[in-house]
Design a protein around this ligand. Structure first.
Ligand SMILES: C[S@@+](CC[C@H](N)C(=O)[O-])C[C@H]1O[C@@H](n2cnc3c(N)ncnc32)[C@H](O)[C@@H]1O
Length: 230
């Protein structure tokens, strides 16, 4: 499956010099600085694969973990969903709130570190989305376990991320192998769910040199089994 992408979704690929390590790039300060100085870093349109998946879904309670500046959460709110977005960057959350106000929709935005200081209410969302929340293995497992806990029986976890192959074969995304992942890691992380999709997807990304390259993403759609009657 291939989709086009807005250049802004790949601002990281063009011109920006990434910090030497994930450790430096993943702090609250680093995220705040990025969001303060670089405008709408990921653009204002929803991720293309999310739009493909969620267009036409009946209203749901949606949780967006690592929602950033709110492009996906606010779009989901415009589609009639009851949305909560969580991100560790107060700057991003402020920008997300402003975007929701500009589009005259309501969404709840909260500043929290999903790994360290957020506890999900079990089964409280029908759809949990994670869009490019790229974390090192321990943190990734914690975040994915919390996503699993937050989703209700019958509900869905939907995830898009940069695939491990993206560094060697793709374009954009973080240049730190430890925060990229593949089908195997996701199958383990979401082993309590029924996996409907767990596969590579591709996006065309146009670079500053005018050449179009393929970004390698991973897309997961997984549902939580209904509790047995009885
Ligand atoms: C690549 S951005 C993607 C933002 C958004 N999901 C999107 O697709 O536009 C990753 C986001 O995850 C947030 N983040 C990273 N680690 C986090 C954590 N432990 N808890 C909450 N948010 C986190 C960052 O602040 C950043 O906004």
């Amino acid at each position: 499956m291939t989709g086009t992408t807005s250049p802004a979704e790949h601002a990281e690929a063009s011109g920006h010099v990434a910090p030497a390590s994930y450790h430096e790039s993943g702090t609250v300060e680093a995220w705040n600085e990025r969001y303060t100085t670089r405008g709408m870093v990921w653009g204002t349109d929803p991720n293309r694969f999310l739009a493909d998946y969620a267009t036409g879904l009946s209203p749901r309670r949606v949780l967006d973990l690592g929602c950033g500046q709110g492009r996906n959460a606010v779009w989901l709110a415009t589609q009639g969903h009851r949305v909560t977005g969580i991100d560790l960057s107060p700057v991003a959350i402020e920008q997300a709130r402003r975007m929701a106000a500009d589009r005259t929709v309501e969404a709840l935005f909260e500043v929290a570190n999903v790994v360290e200081d957020w506890t999900p209410t079990p089964g409280s969302f029908d759809l949990v989305i994670l869009s490019y929340l790229q974390l090192p293995p321990h943190d990734r497992r914690v975040a994915h376990a919390k996503a699993t806990e937050a989703v209700a029986p019958g509900g869905t976890v939907w995830l898009i991320a940069h695939h491990s192959d993206n560094i060697a074969d793709g374009v954009g995304g973080p240049p730190y192998p430890e925060v990229l992942f593949d089908e195997r890691a996701l199958a383990e992380d979401f082993s309590d769910l029924d996996l409907l999709r767990n596969e590579k997807v591709y996006r065309d990304v146009e670079g500053e040199d005018g050449l179009v390259r393929l970004a390698h993403d991973i897309l997961l759609v997984a549902t939580k089994p209904l509790e047995p009657e009885g």
